[in-house]
Write a protein that binds this ligand. Structure first.
Ligand code: GDP
Ligand code: MG
Length: 460
């Protein structure tokens, strides 16, 4: 494949953190300004992502450039904004994560919260570099705001008390990060980016610190991930979500990181019951935000070049598993080899199960979250064996399978740990009859807590 060191692709950025820390608001702030201010424009909302082109970044960081000049070498930033906690669990891609860099958002008034720590552990597990946004600085008592200012300009205008309160809260955050095995430092005081995480104070309400955040994301990616970011022709594409859309049928939302997709291409995907081979019928993206009289919700494309968030319309997508890779058949490719490739991805995850056949059942909404859950259950601090896994809602069949543990005289393992999936009514009924315990949660370690308490109960 041809590679050019000056032809970089867009880094993929994901935002994660505890609920209500301001993840959505931070993105809103970046977008809204640009809807009003058309000159700065070009920011587009894509399927599952927001594209911030280099021009918009240049504009947003203008004031910062005076003191911190820098060249933007990336074509822009592609920020993943799939709603809710789903997003990061989905963002799995073979070998490394789909995300090149993460933003871990922390509410400065609350410090590190349970989901912050869960996100931190996921980032560590996937070896994804990240920066910390210490958000809501405008809530420090008697904060004087300077809309969209670089954060050091803002700090320079604050009184002694604000500075003291900030320092206290920052020190506390540093301490909690250290307790979780991470060194952190204000990004402009960072003694060594290889051993200290950068912290950027921000406000999603006033926009302060956002220029700093955009600049640091560009710097870290273009300077430290140059090799990884060189554009290649070979298609690299990850499924974010599988969705029913009226008029279009079952569609998949994907992030195209490298290469070109065209209508009519043959693609291979991971399905619940094995590989899915299908043909792209349509490639669509949302209407640009400034389009006033919108005839249809989507714009159709004959072909699309990376990096983009795209909705794909094709037959037979119903069983596709979110969080997996999509492969494109090129003239040199043998279809069976592509199918093997897809099977390997599924096997990778399956191989994490306990070989003894004794353990709990685990169920999740996506392959990515299933993988994260298995990784967590296997870790030395947890060590819960797993005998059965499944993706999607908990059905009667899953309950049957879990009930087998009673025959093994292991009643505590007649348990289904269900992460972010519904339980059908019939399944719950059967579980009650067969004495199978179903535990559900939307945060991984809540499942662990429930299960540990339950084990203790049984053993007493
Ligand atoms: P998410 O759950 O992380 O996506 O959080 P949201 O973006 O929905 O924000 C949660 C709440 O915090 C909303 O009421 C926001 O208006 C508020 N919020 C978010 N960022 C800031 C901020 O920087 N300053 C202040 N004062 N409030 C904020
Ligand atoms: Mg949100």
């Amino acid at each position: 494949t041809r590679r050019d060191k000056d032809d970089l692709r867009c880094p993929v950025v994901c935002i994660l953190g505890h609920v209500d820390t301001g993840k959505t608001k931070l993105l809103d702030k970046i977008r809204r300004t640009n809807v009003q201010d058309r000159e700065a424009g070009g920011i587009t909302q894509q399927i599952g992502a927001t594209y911030i082109p280099a021009d918009a970044i240049r504009d947003r960081t203008k004031r910062l450039q005076d003191t911190e000049p820098f060249d933007i070498k990336v074509p822009g930033l592609l920020v993943i904004d799939t709603p809710g906690h789903e997003s990061f669990n989905n963002l799995r891609s073979r070998g490394s994560g789909l995300c090149d860099i993460g933003i871990l958002v922390v509410d400065i008034m609350h410090g590190l919260e349970p989901q912050t720590i869960e996100s931190l552990n996921l980032l560590k597990m996937r070896k994804t570099p990240f920066v910390v946004a210490l958000n809501k600085v405008d809530r420090l008592y008697s904060w004087k705001e300077d809309p969209e200012a670089p954060i050091r300009d803002s700090f320079a205008q604050q009184n002694k008390d604000v500075k003291r309160e900030f320092k206290e809260r920052m020190d506390k955050a540093n301490l909690t990060f250290a307790e979780n095995g991470m060194n952190t430092a204000l990004y402009y005081e960072n003694p060594d980016v290889r051993s200290y995480l950068n912290v950027v104070p921000t406000s999603a309400h006033t926009g302060e610190g956002i220029p700093d955040m955009l600049q640091i994301l560009c710097k870290l990616t273009q300077e430290r991930m140059h090799e990884k970011l060189m554009y290649v022709d070979e298609v690299q594409c990850t499924v974010l979500e599988v969705k029913m859309v009226e008029g279009l049928g079952t569609t998949i939302d994907v992030i195209l990181i490298n290469g070109v997709l065209r209508e009519g291409m043959t693609v291979v995907l991971t399905g619940l019951n094995g590989p899915v081979v299908t043909t792209i019928r349509a490639l669509v993206t949302p209407q640009p935000m400034r389009e006033l009289r919108v005839k249809s919700a989507y714009v159709h494309h004959k072909e699309i070049r990376a990096a983009q968030g795209i909705k794909i319309v094709a037959p037979n997508l119903e069983t596709v598993i979110a969080g997996t890779q999509m492969y494109v058949q090129t003239p040199e490719d043998d279809l069976d080899e592509l199918k093997d490739e897809v099977n390997t991805e599924m096997q990778d995850v399956l191989s994490r199960m306990d070989k003894s056949g004794e353990g709990v059942s685990v169920q999740a909404s996506t392959l990515g979250s299933l993988e994260a859950l298995l990784e967590f259950l296997k870790s030395p601090a947890v060590k819960i064996p797993v005998s059965h896994i499944s993706i999607g809602p908990v059905n009667k069949r899953d309950v049957m399978s879990a009930s087998v543990m009673h025959e093994h005289k292991l009643p505590e393992y007649a348990t289904i740990l269900a992460f972010d999936v519904p339980v059908t009514q019939e399944a719950q009924q059967m579980a009650d009859e067969l004495n199978v315990k179903i535990m559900t949660a939307e945060i991984i370690y809540h499942l662990f807590d429930q299960f540990t308490a339950y084990m203790q109960n049984i053993r007493e």
